[in-house]
Every structure is written in structure tokens, then in C-alpha cells.
Design a protein around this ligand. Structure first.
Ligand code: GDP
Length: 195
């Protein structure tokens, strides 16, 4: 069955676990450092220019944003991390909210983890990958902004990440929101998870 990602609509933003929508059906979550290209990827996937922009509204950056694709399926935009200017209190809230989501969500089928191809595997990326492996949650690494790399840099980045992460629960691909490279592969992965 073909999933119509372009039908995706914003559902709600949750600042605490009690606001999460009912835990039924299938969900895929997107995570990444701020500026990794998460909003751009979600917008390309859903063919909507500003769907993921809600996450960037000041004051909403610490929310988990839920989008509905159809009755049974959702996309989830997890708050970006790694902002330079984030207070300890906000960081703690981010960690707590994320933990509550990841540890409890029955409908979560997989995590798409976006990393800038030029700077992959920062501490929090690594932590999330290790958490997925330990929890046996499939994790798809999206090496973003691949248009900024030449062939040699791409194969170097690929080797670095492949060597650092060896697990059956982890898959990876390059992605460019700018050139739309890797869009088919991403759609295929999401479709596999959401069926
Ligand atoms: P987010 O903070 O993870 O949501 O990141 P954004 O989607 O807002 O992207 C951060 C910056 O990277 C923006 O200036 C984007 O225009 C740029 N960017 C995102 N994806 C790509 C891409 O595929 N190629 C290039 N060259 N730039 C990109």
C-alpha cells in the first residue's frame, strides 16, 4: 500500500506526556540536533513548505509535535537538541520529555535520526542510537545535506558511521532536502515501518 505522506497534517504539540495523543496505530519519530535539517526533511517528505515550522516557533521548541498522516499513522517531530543557549532547566525538561516518549510509546515503530553528513555522531546522537539498540527499536540514520559533500567525502562519512555503528537495528542513508536525493529510500523505510 502506498502511504500518502503529502496528506500529513499537524495534530498537536505536547509539552508533557499527559498531552500525547492516544497511543494507538503506528508512529515514526524524527530526532536530531538543531540545524541537522529535520524540518527541511519533513517538509520535503510531506511536500509541504512549512509543515514542520510550528516546531520552530519560540516557546514551542521544547514540545513534541505530532502530525497525522491518516487514521492509523502519525509522524512525530521530537524537539531538536544541541542548542548553544539552552539552560540546564530546559535541557533537563528536554531529556525528561524525550525519555517519557521513547520509553512508553507502544505505537512507535522506528526512529529516524538526522545528522549533518559533515558532523555525524555527536554525543546525543550516539546516546539515542545506543538507546535504540538497547531497546531493540529500529533506527534509521539520515545523513543530511549530502549535496554539500563530494563523492570522496561521502564515502568517508559512510565508512565512519558504518564502523562506529554496527547493529541490525540500525540502517543508514544519505539525504538532501535541497536536491531531494534519498527521498525514495526514506519513503520506503517509513512505509515498511508504518504498514
Ligand atoms: P532543523 O533545525 O533540524 O529543523 O534544520 P532545518 O531544516 O531548519 O535546516 C537547517 C539549515 O540547513 C537551514 O538553513 C536549511 O536551509 C539547511 N538545509 C537543510 N537541509 C539541507 C540540504 O539538504 N542541503 C543543504 N545544502 N542545506 C540544507
Amino acid at each position: 500500500m502506498k502511504i500518502l505522506f503529502q496528506q500529513t497534517q499537524f495534530l498537536l504539540g505536547a509539552a508533557q506526556a499527559s498531552q500525547f495523543p492516544e497511543d494507538i496505530g503506528f508512529e515514526v519519530a524524527f530526532a536530531g540536533r538543531s540545524n541537522a535539517g529535520k524540518s527541511s526533511a519533513i517538509n520535503v517528505l510531506t511536500q509541504q513548505k512549512s509543515l514542520a515550522r510550528t516546531s520552530k516557533t519560540p516557546g514551542r521548541t521544547q514540545q513534541i509535535n505530532f502530525f497525522v498522516i491518516d487514521n492509523d499513522r502519525r509522524l512525530v517531530d521530537l524537539p531538536g537538541y544541541g542548542f548553544a543557549k539552552v539552560s540546564k532547566r530546559e535541557q533537563a525538561h528536554w531529556g525528561q520529555l524525550l525519555e517519557q516518549y521513547l520509553q512508553s510509546r507502544e505505537s512507535l515503530r522506528g526512529l529516524v535520526l538526522l545528522m549533518d553528513s559533515r558532523h555525524p555522531l555527536k554525543d546525543t546522537d550516539r546516546m539515542l542510537i545506543d538507546w535504540c539498540i538497547a531497546s531493540e527499536l529500529p533506527c534509521h540514520l539520515l545523513l543530511t545535506k549530502s549535496d554539500k559533500l563530494n563523492n570522496q567525502e561521502r564515502s568517508k562519512a559512510l565508512n565512519t558511521v558504518k564502523q562506529a555503528v554496527q547493529s541490525n537495528f540500525v540502517t543508514l542513508q544519505f539525504f538532501s532536502a535541497l536536491k531531494k536525493t534519498g527521498l525514495d529510500a526514506l519513503e520506503q523505510q517509513l512505509t515498511d515501518w508504518l504498514q
